[in-house]
Design a protein around this ligand. Structure first.
Ligand code: PA5
Length: 446
């Protein structure tokens, strides 16, 4: 039987006891009931709970479309932002070759766009695409988000000039709402193939829909194994009312107890750069779900050992308002040992013949002890390896814990009212029709 993701609280014991966490988790079981019965805040957005089963009938078409894009183009531009971007990127980066874009024998590149409004980024992308044979996957639930809509307008124009309107339409896939939004209308008017983002799944919980799965499948990764991992975590967490054996409950409770004890900042730590975008996905999931009504834990992230040479100083010695959640991966994918050197001028011969993963693992253990000595509580989330199955487990584990944690905080974990503020100001400053008065007032303040 496959080992599962597990959670280790040993490095919390200086701050809160295991018994306290379990008692809190046992009290929080009611939030699982609330989720399953759909009686809590945001109960219109619970479709993600059963996605590991619900998505199965769509996998054939997702894989077929991915194969098709691979056969007609050498590059796919995936356009999207926030929940329509981070999940796919997190999974792809976790499992792809670290230098995939530079590999000579690679036959397909996935490049992200629409996640910023940088003129340089898009202009340079167009320069690259002049010499590429490319397709576009455009993802937007609302179909009206400015960043991806602008990128799509520019990239579609480029593609149509390159291939003609009809051929371009055959290379564009739209993932959007079933009925609403400008992207749905454009897709229908131009005959693009489409996938639907269900009404009851918000952006940041959508990685296991076509939003995440199509880009992941285009990269040749095993989406069935990703879903299998998520399904196994659903079985462990969704109906499990025994706090000791439900990692999502334990994690949600531990971090809320830490918040109550004066630790409002949580840092996600990885010891493998492949986890960088997984932390970015996690930050959006927790930041948008919890940060409202003046509440919430601020989610930050670091890549160790890289950041031990920058933010490590603050974590060790700065204000004691932090705790860490470390994703600990047991086995690397590749194997590399330290060579023996005759002169030992760098004095590293004591490591000769040993694997780099052993050095990294001991860096992790050393950091854990040092940070704990520096009064940083640490929650460890252990997985055996960074593959599709365990990435699926991590996704469902964190989603379930996030929903529970939001209910513990008594906020709606499925809305994001705060993201509208900058948009309104930007529209007003750009003289968007309907925003003229607001624009005048804002300009006086600049
Ligand atoms: O989590 C969310 O809902 C947001 O971050 C959205 O995903 C993001 O704003 C993109 O929205 P859309 O998919 O509608 O373009």
């Amino acid at each position: 039987m496959k080992e599962n993701l597990n959670i280790n609280l040993k490095n919390l014991s200086k701050f809160i006891s295991f018994e306290e966490v379990i008692a809190h988790a046992q009290q929080s079981v009611r939030h699982i009931d609330t989720l399953n019965k759909g009686t809590g805040q945001g109960n219109d957005f619970l479709g993600w709970l059963s996605l590991p089963d619900d998505i199965l009938p769509q996998l054939d078409r997702i894989e077929k479309t991915a194969r098709h894009l691979n056969s007609i183009s050498d590059t796919t531009i995936v356009i999207g932002i926030g929940g329509s971007y981070l999940g796919a990127r997190a999974v792809i980066e976790a499992m792809s070759h670290s230098f995939s874009s530079l590999l000579k024998n690679k036959h397909h590149d996935v490049i992200f766009a629409g996640q910023n409004i940088s003129e340089d980024y898009l202009a340079e992308l167009l320069e690259l695409l002049d010499g590429r044979n490319y397709s576009i996957v455009v993802i937007s639930k609302s179909g009206t988000t400015t960043e991806p809509a602008l990128a799509f307008r520019i990239l579609r124009d480029h593609l149509e000039k390159k291939t003609g309107k009809q051929a371009a339409a055959e290379r564009i896939i739209a993932i959007t709402d079933a009925k609403r939004g400008a992207l749905r209308a454009e897709a229908e008017a131009n005959g693009y193939e489409t996938f639907i983002i269900p009404d009851d799944i918000g952006g940041r919980y959508s990685v296991l829909t076509p939003v995440g799965l199509l880009p992941v499948a285009i990269c040749g990764l095993d989406i069935r194994m990703l879903i299998k991992g998520a399904k196994s975590m659903e079985e462990i967490t969704r109906n499990n009312k025994h706090a000791e054996t439900n990692p999502s409950l334990i994690y949600a409770s531990a971090r809320n107890l830490l918040l109550q004890s004066g630790k409002p900042i949580e840092i996600m730590v990885g010891f493998n750069p492949k986890l960088h975008f997984f932390s970015e996905w996690w930050k959006q999931l927790y930041g948008e779900s919890e940060g409202k009504d003046g509440k919430g834990i601020f989610p930050a992230s670091v890549d160790f050992t890289t950041d031990l040479h920058s933010l490590g100083q603050y974590i060790q010695d700065g204000q004691r308002i932090l705790f860490e959640t470390m994703i600990s991966v047991n086995d690397p994918v590749k194997k590399l040992t330290v060579p023996l050197e005759k002169n030992d001028s760098d004095q590293l011969n004591y490591l000769a013949g040993r694997r780099l993963s052993e050095v990294n693992h001991n860096a992790e253990l050393g950091t854990t002890l040092a940070h704990n000595d520096g009064n940083v509580p640490i929650i460890k989330v252990n997985i055996p390896s960074l593959d599709e199955f365990y990435t699926g487990q991590l996704i469902y584990f964190f989603e379930m814990a996030c929903a529970i944690s939001g209910y513990i905080l008594d906020v709606n974990p499925f809305d994001q009212p705060g993201v509208e503020a900058y948009k309104k100001n930007m529209f007003a400053l750009l003289n968007k029709p309907g925003f003229e008065e607001a624009g005048k007032k804002l300009k006086e303040r600049l």
